[in-house]
Design a protein around this ligand. Structure first.
Ligand code: ADP
Ligand code: MG
Length: 277
C-alpha cells in the first residue's frame, strides 16, 4: 500500500502570509520499505509525516494512501487512513492516556469498534512485538523513556497499521532507549510493516533502505544510505553528519591508513582495519 505524494505543497495559515512548510514534494513510500527522513530543524519533516496520514491535508497537490486521497470529507475514510498509517511522536509522556498499560493499548482498537476478545489478542500481539509483555498490568509512569516509546508503538500496532511513522521518537531517549526503539522498528520492518523513521541520528539512517533529505520544505536528496553518505558536500550543506564509524573511517584515511575512501558501517570498518595490517 504505497503512500504517494504528487506535487504536494503545504502552507500553515498565518495572519501575514502563509508559512509554506512543504514545497512541491513528489514521493512514493513503497510497501515494506524502511525509509528514513532527515534534515535540519524546520525543514518540514513533521509536516510531511502529518500529511502521510491525513492529520494535515495538502494545500496544493494530492496525497494518496492505498490509492485513496487523504483530502476526503468522509470521516470513515479518514479514519481508515489513520488506522493504516500509525504515528508515534517525540515525547512519550504526551502520548499516554491510561493508568494501566493494557488499557493504553486497548484504547485504539476500542475506538475502532473491535470486539472484546479480539482486543485481548491484539494487546498480546502488540506487547509481544515490542518486548513488553510482562508489563501488561503495570502502570506506564515508572517505565524508562525507551519503554514508554515501545508502549506508544504497541498502542499503534494494536490498530494493525500497515505503515508505522516514527517522528523523532528516539530524540528524547538515552542511547539504550534509542537502541531499544530502533530494534523494535527493525523487527517490525522484517515482519513486513512499512517503517518511516524521522531522525537526527545518522546511525539510524544508515540502517534504512532509503534516506530522504529535506531542506526548506523540499526533498533535496533521496537514495540509498551509502549514496547519501558518500556525498560529503551535501552532508555539510544539509546539516547532516556521517555515521560515527564512517566519520572515523574518513579520519583514518586522512591519517594515512590505506583504506578505501567509502562508506563502511561499524563491522565492515573493523574488518577493513584488520585486513589493512
Ligand atoms: P521539522 O519537523 O523538520 O523540524 P516542521 O514540519 O515541524 O519541521 O516545520 C516546518 C516549518 O513549518 C517550520 O518553519 C515551522 O516553524 C513551521 N510550522 C510547523 N508547525 C507549525 C504550525 N502548527 N503552525 C505554523 N507553522 C508551523
Ligand atoms: Mg519535527
Amino acid at each position: 500500500m504505497p503512500i504517494r505524494f504528487d506535487n504536494v505543497t503545504y502552507a500553515y495559515p498565518a495572519e501575514e502570509s502563509d508559512l509554506v512548510a512543504v514545497r512541491e514534494v513528489s514521493l512514493t513510500i513503497e510497501d515494506g520499505s524502511f525509509v528514513c527522513i532527515c534534515g535540519e530543524n524546520g525543514s518540514g519533516k513533521s509536516t510531511l509525516a502529518k500529511l502521510m496520514n491525513g492529520l494535515l491535508q495538502p494545500t496544493v497537490g494530492v496525497v494518496t494512501v492505498d490509492g485513496k486521497t487523504t483530502a476526503t470529507e468522509e470521516e470513515k475514510e479518514l479514519f481508515a487512513i489513520r488506522q493504516k498509517v500509525g504515528m508515534v511522536f517525540q515525547n512519550p509522556d504526551n502520548q499516554m492516556v491510561a493508568s494501566i498499560i493494557e488499557d493504553e493499548i486497548a484504547f485504539g482498537p476500542e475506538n475502532l469498534g473491535v470486539p472484546r476478545e479480539e482486543i485481548g489478542e491484539r494487546i498480546t500481539y502488540a506487547l509481544e512485538a515490542v518486548g513488553m509483555s510482562e508489563h501488561r498490568k503495570h502502570t506506564p509512569y515508572k517505565l524508562s523513556g525507551g519503554q514508554k516509546q515501545r508502549i506508544a508503538i504497541a498502542a499503534v500496532l494494536a490498530m494493525r497499521p500497515e505503515v508505522l511513522v516514527l517522528d523523532e521518537s528516539t530524540a528524547m531517549l538515552d542511547p539504550r532507549g534509542r537502541a531499544e526503539v530502533l530494534k523494535v522498528a527493525e523487527d517490525l520492518h522484517r515482519q513486513g510493516i512499512t517503517v518511516v523513521l524521522i531522525t537526527h541520528f545518522m546511525e539510524e539512517a544508515a540502517r534504512a533502505d532509503r534516506v530522504v533529505v529535506m531542506k526548506d520544505g523540499r526533498v533535496v536528496m533521496d537514495g540509498a544510505p551509502e549514496e547519501i553518505f558518500r556525498d560529503r558536500e551535501a552532508i555539510a550543506k544539509y546539516d547532516l553528519e556521517l555515521p560515527v564509524a564512517d566519520a572515523l573511517a574518513a579520519s583514518l584515511v586522512e591519517a594515512g591508513l590505506p583504506l578505501e575512501d567509502k562508506i563502511y558501517g561499524e563491522s565492515a570498518l573493523a574488518e577493513a582495519i584488520c585486513r589493512s595490517k
